[in-house]
Design a protein around this ligand. Structure first.
Ligand code: NAD
Ligand code: MG
Length: 391
């Protein structure tokens, strides 16, 4: 029996993870499940999978969670601190599928356990504090497995290879909802339009980030942190079918591509069973039926987020935390209806500039507290940039 926990269990990645676990209930002991607002889902899954503890991020919903779990034997808890405590309960494998910077502290708690595997869907923790998370895992002896489809693909293409022979890494992007929109229409894009994805069924925030390419921008930073390659070795290519997830180019000119259906259960299952490969309930591709795969260069006028990610990497220090906090703030304001679609990247650009000129903390030592401080200041600067635009 493997002891497993799922942080962000009620979300899109969390539910796909529970789907795989529920197919082999005798193989797993579920330790902790966490969620936020969807108490009914959290409680139903915690009872069905006989979790030790269920935790909601929302302290105001603790009573609801307690009521829903009454008589089940599952312990209820609430709040950010309780999630981090749940993350530090000994487990063999922990999925980190919380959305946003809120995933950083729990991810660090998992890594600090040592002797465990942190399956990392929460790319924000690598963007905000990659070196801190990786060093915490290394020092404690924990393994981190990528769950983002591109990074799982890169990991798989690198098995048995020498990193010194890697020339470049190419991550693919579907292009999201507005790939083929006329540029002049983008400023008017609505929340509903930005919240639909041509190929992947995902949470709302990452779906909008796919339309703006902020998701791919974060994945450039994620690639740099995870695989230690230089930024100029990382390329993005638009590939509308989302069948090839990433390619690794070697010094003999070979490109190793990872091909598979757009179903996150592949990357989740790979991380769950590694180093073994086990049967997974994903579609088998019929290449003749697919017929052709298309590629095109990414347009940095349409998607300024890609350039902003490269500037962030060039600046270094804790600029990743600024980038993520500014992006999260701009996205919140777009969802709330206070900011236009194309204004999101303008707010992020202004925040990066402002913090670069006015904030020395960016070059402080990377600790959880300092990342939190930079995150806080960047959110303040991003809010000010939003207000300025509205005024
Ligand atoms: P989602 O919105 O569907 O789910 C997010 C989860 O986080 C939910 O369980 C929610 O309750 C929880 N949560 C939200 N706010 C929280 C907070 N403040 N504190 C604690 N928990 C909180 O998101 P998702 O699409 O499943 O994405 C989760 C993570 O995985 C993100 O980092 C995303 O970038 C990454 N990811 C997702 C996909 C995908 O296919 N959905 C693919 C690659 C990477
Ligand atoms: Mg991805």
């Amino acid at each position: 029996m493997r002891r497993v926990s799922v942080l962000g269990a009620t979300g899109s990645i969390g539910q796909n993870t529970l789907d795989l676990i529920a197919r082999a209930p005798d193989d797993y002991d579920v330790v902790a499940l966490t969620g936020a607002s969807n108490i009914a889902q959290l409680a139903t899954d915690a009872v069905a999978l006989k979790a030790e503890v269920a935790v909601t991020a929302r302290e105001d919903l603790l009573d609801d969670l307690r009521d829903a779990l009454a008589g089940s034997g599952v312990t209820a808890a609430a709040g950010a601190q309780a999630i981090t405590e749940a993350a530090s309960r000994p487990a063999d494998w922990v999925m980190s599928a919380i959305v946003g910077a809120a995933g950083l502290a729990p991810g660090l708690a998992v890594a600090a356990q040592g002797n465990t595997t942190l399956a990392l869907a929460n790319k924000e923790s690598l963007v905000c504090a990659g070196p801190l998370l990786l060093e915490t895992a290394r020092a404690a002896g924990a393994k981190i497995m990528p769950v983002d489809s591109e990074h799982s693909a890169i990991y798989q293409a690198l098995i048995g290879e020498d990193m010194d022979a890697v020339e470049r890494i190419i991550i693919t992007a579907s292009g999201g909802a507005f790939r083929d929109w006329p540029l002049e229409k983008l400023a008017e894009a609505t929340l509903a339009e930005a919240s639909s994805h041509p190929n992947w069924d995902m949470g709302q925030r990452i779906t909008i980030d796919s339309a703006s390419m902020f998701n791919k921008a974060m994945e450039i930073i994620e690639t740099r942190e995870f695989f230690g390659v230089r930024p100029d070795q990382i390329e993005v290519i638009v590939h509308p079918q989302s069948m090839i997830h990433a390619l690794v180019g070697f010094n003999d000119g070979a490109l190793m591509a990872h091909v598979g259906p757009p179903d996150m259960r592949h990357a989740i299952g790979f991380a769950l069973h590694h180093p073994a490969r086990q049967h997974l309930p994903v579609e088998r591709l019929d290449l003749a039926a697919i017929g052709q795969l298309d590629f095109r260069a990414p347009d940095e006028v349409r998607w300024p987020a890609l350039r902003l990610a490269r500037e962030t990497l060039e600046r270094g220090g804790m600029m990743g935390a600024v980038f993520n906090a500014a992006k999260e703030t701009a996205l919140d304001r777009f969802i709330a209806g206070d900011l236009g679609f194309t204004e999101m990247s303008q707010v992020v650009a202004q925040t990066l500039d402002h913090m670069n000129t006015h904030c020395d903390h960016i070059d402080a030592k990377m600790t959880l507290d300092n990342v939190g401080r930079v995150d806080h200041l960047a959110r303040k600067a991003a809010k000010a940039a939003v207000v300025k635009r509205a005024g």
